[in-house]
Design a binder for this molecule. Structure first.
Ligand code: SAJ
Length: 415
């Protein structure tokens, strides 16, 4: 394997930072992973994972075992700095750049001329320029323009585009966009990504790269909203939405996505708001799509309440709590939110089922009418079966296990 003599400091050891750090370490780079959470640092130092992602445990163990990946809660001098910290939104859907700012200010004292700084976190347009400003504040010795002179540094935004559940494959094979704060930065950044990706690496301006990532996720959100809206229309008109979509998709230029209980995760339900925030007048469709998708859980809750009214002491099995199939990620999960709302808003017994999680999630723990049980027990006891996540495990459910039960199938698994 090629050995690279460069050192890399990855700030943020989460869903993107840790796979990236481990991959780079196994590709021959010397990598320091940095996180502000001591538990995360401790887990990585021990070669362990603090979340589930297929095959990542092997990669982390091998990267740490070989000594190429170490972890700390403080950055150190390196040739390349990669910022992979969360960019949530604050009250009123305003992008919260505080983690990016903190990471930038933490790495700034260690910068040396010629260093490459990469922002991978999904960010609002203008974020890379703000990073340049924060570095200039922290390091006046680099001059007012950090991209000028012999002591210049290189700064790019290269948005991560990997799909949870397929992170390790997509980190390598996906095409990559590298947006530079200037042309030289884009070229230096692209040369770095070409050392470990097999996809095509495209260079552009930082602002274009920022908006491109947001546009990709908003595109998916808008398309899912279309499917979710169709599901409401079909319900109103007595049409099976799954059959409808299957048939409509036989058209050579139609590809309707799948309805569900709402859109979850930390990306698609968040990133479109960054566009809305920066251009509210122009992004009416994007905003409406967000509202349609955010409204879907309420509709599902109403369906369950309506069905529950038919029973004296209803027992509802909520199948799946993760935000999508075959992962353990509960962040922004509509399934979890629906389960919690049913537990709090009805007198029904709620049987929460999530095969990818060992323990009852904290938001459900302590609710008197919630039991965290296995799928077979839930199916045995339930009057109403609410299918919330299309995990492969649920595909094994036999039809007869659903006999004489009310089925509310938000994913079309039993279409
Ligand atoms: N969903 C539906 N119907 C569909 C597809 C998805 O309801 O037909 C729901 C899922 O159940 C889930 C949500 O949408 O709740 C999002 O899931 P997803 O698989 O569409 O996307 P994520 O959030 O796992 O990953 C996305 C990806 N972006 C795009 O596909 C454009 C990924 O490539 C990005 O890297 C990731 O966001 C990110 O980090 O931004």
């Amino acid at each position: 394997m090629a050995r690279f003599d460069k050192t890399i400091c990855v700030l943020g050891l989460g869903y993107i930072g840790l796979p990236t750090a481990s991959l780079l370490a196994t590709r021959g780079y010397k990598v320091l992973g940095v996180d502000v959470d001591n538990r995360v640092v401790g887990a990585v130092q021990a070669g362990n994972l603090h979340f589930h992602e297929p095959d990542l445990d092997i990669l982390v163990a091998s990267a740490v075992g070989s000594g190429q990946l170490t972890a700390s809660y403080k950055p150190a001098p390196a040739d390349i700095f990669i910022i992979a910290v969360p960019t949530p939104f604050a009250e009123g859907h305003v992008p919260d750049m505080s983690h990016v700012e903190a990471a930038t200010r933490a790495l700034a004292p260690h910068l040396r001329p010629g260093n490459l700084v990469i922002l991978e976190s999904t960010s609002p347009v203008g974020a890379t320029e703000r990073i340049a400003g924060w570095i200039a504040q922290e390091r006046p010795d680099l001059g007012p323009d950090i991209t000028e002179g012999g002591d210049r540094i290189f700064l790019v935004h290269s948005p991560e585009r990997v799909l949870p559940g397929k992170v390790l494959q997509e980190l390598v094979i996906n095409d990559r966009i590298v947006g530079g704060i200037d042309t030289a930065s884009a070229e230096v950044g692209a040369a770095f990504y070409r050392t470990f990706t097999t996809g095509t690496v495209f260079t552009t301006k930082a602002r274009t790269a920022e908006l491109s990532k947001l546009a990709e996720n908003a595109f998916r959100d808008v398309n899912i909203a279309y499917a979710n809206e169709l599901s409401l229309i079909c319900d109103r008109l007595g049409v099976n939405v799954w059959e409808l979509i299957q048939l409509a998709n036989r058209h050579p230029r139609v590809n309707i996505l799948q309805p569900g209980p709402g859109v979850g995760g930390h990306c698609i339900a968040v990133d479109p708001w960054f566009i809305v925030h920066s251009a509210p007048e122009q992004s009416r469709l994007i905003q409406t799509a967000r509202e349609v998708n955010d409204g879907k859980p309420r509709w599902v809750i109403e369906q369950v309440k309506y069905a529950a009214d038919r029973f004296k002491d209803p027992v509802v099995a909520c199948l799946g709590l993760a935000f999508k199939a075959n992962i353990d990620d509960l962040r922004e999960s509509p399934a979890l939110a629906i389960t919690e709302a049913l537990a709090r808003g009805t007198a029904a017994t709620i049987l929460a089922v999530e095969p990818y999680v060992d323990d009852c999630p904290p938001t459900l723990k302590g609710l008197p009418n919630v039991e965290f049980v296995g799928v077979d027990e839930a199916l045995r006891r339930a009057d109403i079966v609410l299918l919330l996540v299309d995990h492969d495990r649920f595909r094994l459910i036999e039809r007869e296990q659903l006999a004489r039960k009310v089925l509310i199938d938000t994913r079309g698994l039993f279409r």
